[in-house]
Design a protein around this ligand. Structure first.
Ligand code: ZN
Length: 602
């Protein structure tokens, strides 16, 4: 590997056919040659490294070839072609306008234009980065462009077409070069690797192609760099290390945590990535792209457009099935907003964290497709009249009914108190019930409004499955734990002792400490919280909380309802400021931090 020749030069295409990823354009050029309809000036525009100069050279060689093939390619054998290939042809002149942009430079070029070619028919003048010419250079060039000698052909190349003055543009045939597709670049790199006897992994070449952003020259130069770095074995791991690319596994882990609404895990993953030395801007734009890629993979048809190795594509398709379109649109929007605000933000890390928290909140609307792996989305179990176990909606088919019923109750709540029915029912089941004193004095119906599923934006299909799963567990517990009566004091004590067992789930722990439960009747208690975020923590963990309470208090019918305090209920979605305030409320140190460092929310 010591004498590795720079691949970009060694594998520079020498015929139109071998130009990668610009088929439409090379075909048009060949047709022009075939029809002998050559213009005097061409403008090749497009991003760097996509083959503008290469095509200009091939074009110059082909029109001067003494013995072109039937396909109008240069023969690479005649005297003119050999001179071209050995870079000693007098029929081609290249001027790099980036470094030679003065009037004198252009004048010496114009002087040469008058001299006709000795071999071949045309003299070709390639002016690279033509937008860099000074204004006066442009002006003196314009005259030559207006009345060129018959043997002169100008090919102007630029990455910035908009900087070319209209008088020049109007005299040129314009060819727009596209970025080269990742698949085309990968295929070409595979070809080069095979020729050079280099071992490669498709994912590795894919990363190189992505990094090159559609430019073959960059791709080949990264390829060379990686070959010398890895000693001829281009693996995915080696490439991401060498190019400082974040392993896509991190994006998958992040999106899994986001889909699970797991804020804590998200923040830990972010911390891990930052510790590995990645820039925040890079991370957030990577997250945006990741969601964009997932969106593309939603449909197997468009997934073909997603240019990666087969194994990764499968992963993307699999994860895409777990996200609704709506979730992805909003996730892309959210992460993109964060990306845009990033540069201006004074507390960049907080901005990132807030974005992740917001992404976690999107989860409510995220559900669709395979739900088996997910946590229950709405595990709050309302009382149901006429049900023998009093608490649990058992059949998945009932969910739609339940939904309607919930709405109906909302309406009824406004007109009449309907608490009596439920109390009757429950006291009938437990005739020995001695209600806590507090209990009798206040209205008993849980405020259904706050737990309305319509308000949760959860797809019904998803609740079906999770609910079913949960019901089985709860029913078993119900049988085991009996119907022992307990007081609110005992409930609060059990609630607090559960909170005390929490170590890593700091946010849940704080939420539980902040909002003690209040009994609504013998088995139903209510937790009034301030924000959706608090509600989310409790909802996500309701199964384990309830299981604990039922075991501790020896009552299998204990049911939790969660309500957002009046006046706060409409506040969804939360603003960054509100989320911050909420976090401060749970962890006052944050405010201190913010004050001390003079941080501001963007
Ligand atoms: Zn030839």
């Amino acid at each position: 590997m010591d004498t590795f020749i720079v691949s970009a030069r060694k594998y520079r295409p020498s015929t139109f056919r071998s130009v990668v990823g610009q088929e439409a354009l090379t075909t048009t050029l060949k047709n022009a040659i075939a029809g002998n309809k050559l213009a005097h000036a061409y403008l090749f525009s497009g991003p760097r490294g996509v083959g503008k100069t290469t095509c200009a050279r091939i074009f110059a060689k082909t029109i001067n070839c003494l013995n072109p093939t039937h396909e109008y390619e240069a023969c690479n054998a005649c005297e003119s072609c050999v001179a071209f290939n050995e870079q000693r042809s007098y029929n081609i002149h290249e001027l790099d306008a980036a470094s030679n942009n003065s009037v004198d430079d252009i004048r010496s070029l114009i002087d040469q234009v008058r001299v006709p070619p000795q071999i071949g028919k045309y003299k070709v003048y390639i002016i690279d980065e033509v937008h860099m010419l000074s204004q006066s250079a442009f002006n003196s060039f314009l005259k030559t462009l207006e009345e060129p000698p018959a043997h002169a052909i100008f090919i102007l190349a630029t990455t910035e077409k908009h900087k070319i003055i209209p008088t020049i543009l109007s005299r040129c045939q314009v060819y727009d070069f596209n970025r080269i597709h990742i698949g085309d670049i990968v295929a070409h790199l595979q070809y080069v690797a095979k020729e050079e006897g280099v071992q490669t992994e498709p994912e590795a070449l894919n990363i190189i192609a992505q990094k090159a952003d559609g430019g073959m020259r960059d791709a080949l130069s990264i390829f060379d760099q990686t070959v010398s770095y890895t000693g001829g074995n281009i693996s995915y791991q080696a490439v991401i290390e060498n190019l400082n690319v974040l392993d896509y596994e991190y994006y998958f882990r992040l999106s899994e945590a986001i889909l699970a609404g797991d804020v804590v895990n998200c923040l830990l993953i972010l911390n891990d990535i930052l510790n590995r030395g990645f820039e925040g801007q890079y991370i957030i734009s990577g997250i945006s792209s990741h969601f964009r890629d997932l969106l593309v993979c939603k449909d197997p048809a468009t997934a073909q457009l997603f240019q990666v190795g087969a194994s990764i594509r499968e992963k993307y398709i699999d994860m895409a099935q777990q996200c609704s379109n709506d979730f992805l649109y909003r996730a892309i929007e959210l992460s993109n907003d964060c990306d845009l605000n990033y540069r201006l933000s004074k507390n960049k890390r907080l901005l990132l964290e807030l974005a992740l928290i917001k992404l976690c909140q999107l989860r409510e609307g995220a559900a669709s497709g395979s739900e088996e792996k997910k946590k229950p989305i709405e595990p709050i179990i309302p009382l149901k009249k006429n049900s023998s176990t009093a608490t649990i909606p058992t059949q998945s088919g009932k969910v739609a009914d339940r939904h309607e019923e919930t709405e109906k109750r909302q309406r009824e709540d406004e007109t009449q108190p309907r608490a009596s029915e439920e109390i009757h029912h429950i006291t009938a089941v437990q005739p020995t019930a001695v209600q806590p004193k507090e209990e009798r004095e206040k209205p008993v119906t849980p405020k259904r409004k706050s737990v309305s599923m319509a308000g949760m934006g959860v797809s019904l299909a998803s609740i079906n499955q999770t609910q079913k799963e949960e019901t089985i567990i709860i029913s078993e517990k119900a049988v085991q734990n009996g119907t022992n009566l307990f007081t609110e004091k005992e409930l609060v004590a059990a609630w607090e002792s559960y909170a005390a067992t929490l170590k890593e789930e700091v946010l849940l722990k704080n939420t539980m400490s902040l909002y003690p439960p209040r009994m609504l009747n013998d088995v139903v208690f209510e937790v009034e919280v301030n924000t959706d975020l608090n509600k989310q923590y409790l909802t996500d963990n309701s199964l384990s909380i309830l299981t604990y309470l039922r075991e501790t208090l020896q009552n299998g019918e204990i049911t939790m309802t969660i309500r957002i305090a009046e006046g706060n209920a409409i506040k969804k979605p939360l603003t960054s400021r509100e989320i911050f305030d909420e976090m401060v409320q749970q962890n006052p140190v944050l405010q201190k931090l913010s004050d001390e460092f003079g941080l501001e929310l963007s």
